[in-house]
Write a protein that binds this ligand. Structure first.
Ligand code: APR
Length: 247
């Protein structure tokens, strides 16, 4: 592991443009349950993969809204972890950094990352169910789900649900930037959910060095030049420490 860490630090020192893709694993150490973890408490009997769909919202908007309210409260009560802070500091160490996250929890921003592209939206935003416009909740709205102040339709969380398309500007920009990077780092993602799982292929097309940080094997592992097996909250701070040491 140490020799891979040293090699990765070397690749980062030589990089011009580093592309980082993060997934639920980077927030796991903060206490955000992944969709694929067993859920606890009140929501244990529901399958999150069944709740995070337009069909579920159509069938039972109140249930889906309450589940997201619970997730908002959970995320509001926890903090970014050392992996989020290490990535926020990485900006200072490389000429250009693109950070794309599949997470909707806003923890990268809270850790201080200046520019974060949120591939799957943000838990704390609301959009109109009818036209997708971003809306601010009226302070006195007690409906569940709340009502769009513009058109009276329902509001829904501003996240991308299973079966929905990624916003085209976010999608195009992410793929263009991945295709232009020379180091690609995948952190804490199972690389199972398309199209984020295809971003590393765009980087391979540019002969980028591919790095994975994950305690488990993923479908991306065999394409990686360096695999750092372990927790992001341990590995990334170690990597940043190594980067700070001159060659
Ligand atoms: N450090 C690094 N990786 C970790 C850690 C950790 N401490 N803990 C778990 N992991 C890894 C797991 O091994 C797994 O590969 O994080 C990954 C989490 O996988 P998923 O739960 O599938 O998360 P993600 O890849 O982000 O899922 C993509 O699917 O859950 C939906 O829309 C949601 O954006 C999400 C998308």
């Amino acid at each position: 592991m140490q020799s891979s860490l040293v090699s990765v630090a070397k690749a980062l020192r030589q990089a011009r443009h580093v592309f980082v893709l993060t997934g639920a694993g980077i927030s796991a150490e903060s206490g955000v349950p992944t969709f694929r973890d067993a859920q606890t408490g009140l929501w244990a009997k529901y399958d999150p993969l069944q709740l995070a769909t337009p069909g579920a919202f159509e069938r039972d908007p109140s249930l889906v809204w309450k589940w997201y309210s619970w997730r908002r409260e959970l995320v509001s009560a926890i903090d970014p972890n050392p992996a989020h802070y290490a990535l926020a500091n990485l900006v200072e160490c490389v000429p250009e950094l693109t950070l794309v996250t599949q997470n909707v929890d806003g923890l990268h921003q809270r850790a201080g990352s200046p520019a974060v592209s949120e591939f799957h939206g943000n838990l704390f935003t609301n959009i109109c169910w009818r036209d997708g416009s971003t809306q601010v909740l009226a302070a006195n709205d007690i409906e569940i789900p709340p009502i769009c102040p513009d058109c009276g339709s329902m509001l829904r969380p501003g996240v991308v649900w299973f079966g929905e398309a990624i916003k085209s500007d976010v999608l195009d920009n992410s793929f263009n930037r991945a295709a232009a990077c020379d180091v690609f780092i995948s952190i804490g993602t199972s690389s199972l959910v398309h199209p984020a799982s295809a971003l590393f292929e765009a980087a391979i097309g540019n002969d980028a060095t591919i790095i994975e940080v994950n305690p488990e094997i993923t479908p991306m592992s065999k394409a990686a030049d360096f695999v750092l097996r372990g927790k992001a909250g341990t590995i990334l701070p170690e990597l940043l420490d190594l980067l700070a040491v001159e060659d």
